[in-house]
Design a protein around this ligand. Structure first.
Ligand SMILES: [Zn+2]
Length: 297
């Protein structure tokens, strides 16, 4: 019911910028740090964009959610400002903001990592629904892809092509019998919450010890990730979708690409892409002037 109301709302004034109606908060551990973080998502004025604020730091604590602030893409997307203040694992929240139609928000975190919650965007989408969404007076801006741009690395690639709307076509191919090859297509008009938003992150049990030894995945558990062992999926509840893995890769891709600073209008085709390629694509789009700013949906 909420979902239908929301879609109708979006259809009415898709061209106007939006922010949250109220502040909303949540607490949870970081999947890599294992540390409890409190997060407050607040409304922001038109043309503000998405900005993180490290509330545990006294000064120089603002970090704009933009692609050229990305400093690490090894296991998650991490951004930092020129003073070294950083926040990591922002991609699931960025994806929820895109999926909920939020253009402007200030996100206070009292630690260096966004809470992982259940490993998807679901909790963040529900928080934003709880808050309500308001239209602002300014026109929404779009990053309109004007010519094809491609990033390739070994057998991985990601392409942005001109198109009238935003879509992501994603292919994965894991040498693992519980994932194998999966492909999925998401269009901007599809329902983000039910198609993509609930898909959880995933990892292999065989990698966990190594990741922990290099200081990653300290907070990872069956409550916030799909765990794949030698005999299959370890989570008792199983998968939320048959192809939850590729849907989650689309979730990550949308969150990473929202660091463009506005919604992209174009067709994205990704093969085995990840945070690094997603970010390189944005760099190349802007460096080769392959997009223009428009204000028409
Ligand atoms: Zn992810």
């Amino acid at each position: 019911m909420l979902c239908c109301t929301y879609k109708m709302f979006l259809n009415i004034d898709m061209n106007l910028q939006k922010t949250l109606a109220n502040k909303v908060k949540c607490s949870g551990i970081g999947v890599h740090s294992g540390i409890l973080v409190n997060m407050l998502i607040c409304p922001a004025e038109a043309n503000h964009g998405i900005v993180f604020v490290r509330s545990d730091l006294r000064e120089n604590n603002k970090i704009p959610a933009l692609f050229d602030r990305v400093i690490d893409t090894s296991m998650c997307t991490k951004i930092a400002n020129e003073y070294g203040a950083s926040v990591s694992t922002i991609e699931h929240l960025m994806s929820a903001l895109w999926g909920s139609g939020i253009d402007n928000a200030i996100i206070y975190v009292d630690g260096a990592e966004v809470p992982v919650m259940d490993g998807s965007s679901d909790c963040f989408i529900n928080l934003i629904k709880q808050s309500g969404i308001v239209s602002q007076s300014e026109q929404r801006k779009f990053i309109e892809i004007s010519k094809s741009v491609k990033i390739e690395m070994n057998d991985k690639s990601i392409v942005a092509e001109p198109d009238d709307s935003f879509s992501v076509n994603f292919i994965i191919d894991f040498d693992n019998q519980y994932i194998q090859a999966q492909s999925y297509n998401f269009n901007a008009n599809d329902d983000f919450e039910s198609e993509i938003g609930k898909a959880r992150t995933f990892g292999f049990i065989k990698d966990v010890e190594y990741l922990k030894s290099i200081g990653l995945a300290k907070g990872a558990s069956l409550d916030n990730a799909i765990a794949i062992g030698e005999d299959g999926i370890l989570n008792k509840e199983g998968l939320r979708y048959k192809n939850e893995f590729v849907r989650h890769k689309i979730l990550d891709c949308i969150g990473d690409l929202y660091l463009a600073g506005a919604r992209i209008k174009g067709k994205i085709k990704a093969v085995k892409s990840g945070h690094q390629l997603n970010n390189l694509l944005l760099h190349k789009i802007f460096e080769t002037k392959s997009a223009s700013i428009s204000s028409a949906a």
